[in-house]
Design a protein around this ligand. Structure first.
Ligand SMILES: [Zn+2]
Length: 329
């Protein structure tokens, strides 16, 4: 049996026969960091990442956090030992990248990282990465996760905002501080809405702006609170923070793909909209087929149901956990 080009070492992704880890959390001598969300980030001796991911990682971990950075541009192959590496946009957050690692035997391993196939307006649009073995994220890898077209979701969010403003209450939109917040702020700001960003969001906004993503009509939310016609954007985990609580008359909505499961999961939230920075189930299936991969290994979230669905489509697919353990031991 041919050795798998990917293995798990202490639960972390390791490119077989190389010194390269993928999105490792523990400190490693050399790791590819697909994007700057904290569940993909670690302090390493050497980090391979796009310049935008490196800037966002420094913001999150401090100046020395990512260690020595080998900045990599999209679609510019380079060598690392026996491997040839090439990055492709993943469309998830600014700087997010997929990685193709081709080994000495010519087998191309593709790692999707977190992937979003619909444009966000703030991240580089995703591209299809051709490969032999695809390591595919499966956050929304269940058939019930089908998102409406993004334009429709954004129109619904604008309706929520307009209704709140005309009722004289402040609309508070809850979205993750890196990525989701900038997407909705850019969308609303560009349409003339006056927006206020929670300090945690504002700090990331500044990095986005330094990297060339304009966020017009957005100001920091200070202790004075929002004016009558302003929209507030804050991270979901800070929905009960003083900065939000201080806004007496408010109506809150959470922006997340999990809204497909209904708003009832979110205590104290008035509405939920399925604005996602991940691919939905049909997009994941379409993507896996488009890469031309002969083998697909699914990971994160709903790995088993996604692999099952891909097998029904005629692909050789399994959850990574099952195969990597078998092939490693
Ligand atoms: Zn992410």
């Amino acid at each position: 049996m041919r050795r798998s080009p990917i293995e798990l070492v202490h639960g972390e992704l390791h490119v077989t026969g190389s010194g390269l880890f993928l999105d490792a959390r523990r400190r490693r001598a050399c790791a590819f960091v697909s994007h700057a969300h904290s569940d993909h980030l670690g302090r390493h001796d050497r980090t391979i990442a796009t310049a935008a991911t490196a800037a966002l990682a420094r913001h999150r971990l401090g100046e020395r956090g990512p260690g020595e950075v080998l900045p990599a541009a999209y679609r510019e192959p380079f060598g690392l030992g026996e491997l040839t590496l090439e990055l492709f946009p993943a469309g998830h957050v600014l700087g997010s990248a997929q990685l193709r690692a081709t080994n000495g035997a010519g087998v191309a391993l593709g790692y999707s990282g977190d992937l979003c196939l619909e444009p966000t307006g703030t991240a580089e649009p995703a591209e299809v990465m051709g490969c032999d073995v695809l390591l595919l994220e499966s956050t929304f890898g269940m058939p019930r996760y089908v998102f409406p077209p993004k334009e429709e979701v954004l129109e619904d969010v604008r309706g929520f905002v307009d209704d709140a403003l005309s009722d004289g209450v402040t609309p508070v939109l809850l979205g993750y501080a890196l990525g989701k917040a900038q997407e909705i702020l850019r969308h609303l700001g560009a349409r003339g809405y006056a927006c206020r960003a929670h300090p945690a969001v504002h700090a990331v906004n500044r990095v986005y702006e330094e990297l060339g993503v304009a966020l017009p009509n957005v100001r920091l939310l200070g202790p004075e609170g929002p004016a009558r016609d302003e929209v507030v954007v804050a991270p979901p985990h800070l929905a009960r923070s003083a900065a939000v609580h201080r806004i007496r008359r408010r109506r809150t909505a959470v922006l997340t793909g999990w809204a497909v499961d209904g708003a009832r999961h979110y205590r104290g939230v008035d509405a939920a909209f399925p604005l996602s920075d991940h691919a939905d189930f049909p997009s994941l299936v379409r993507y896996a087929k488009a890469t031309g991969a002969e083998r697909v290994l699914t990971l994160h979230g709903h790995a088993e149901p996604l692999a099952r669905a891909l097998r029904r489509e005629g692909l050789r697919a399994d959850p990574l956990e099952a195969t990597a353990q078998l092939e490693l031991l």
